[in-house]
Design a protein around this ligand. Sequence first.
Ligand SMILES: [Zn+2]
Length: 144
Amino acid sequence: MQPLLTQLLNLDGVTVEDYRDLGAQLVLEVEAIKDWAICPRCGQTSHNVHQSHFHLAHDLSISNRQVLLKFNRRQFKCHTCKKPFSEALDFIGERRRYTDRFAEMIVNQVIHSDTPNVARNNGLTDDEVWSMVEYISKKKEVLI
Ligand SMILES: [Zn+2]
């Protein structure tokens, strides 16, 4: 584990295990602290990791450098249902390529600016910015 980077990243539930410095980009390899997940079908806890799937996601910059998180969305196998399922992660939605807090930061920028500007300033396309606005507003609806 990288204690200093874990502290700097400040993302609940994960530790930084390793990193790659690519100049303008910093790739942080993170690992979930918990070694279990809850089956979405029956609600049972599973400790049985079936497969690992690694993904990259945009996260908040550190000192003006783009941060990409390399994370594992593990597949667990449920003993009761006898079926594998993907774990839900607190910091990122299903099939998203950016963390929730990254999307929230982008949405805040859109509120004070316009989409093409926000896209340009963050190295994103207009579509990507819009997908984040939609994603965050859906998430807020669910919470209300
Ligand atoms: Zn189950």
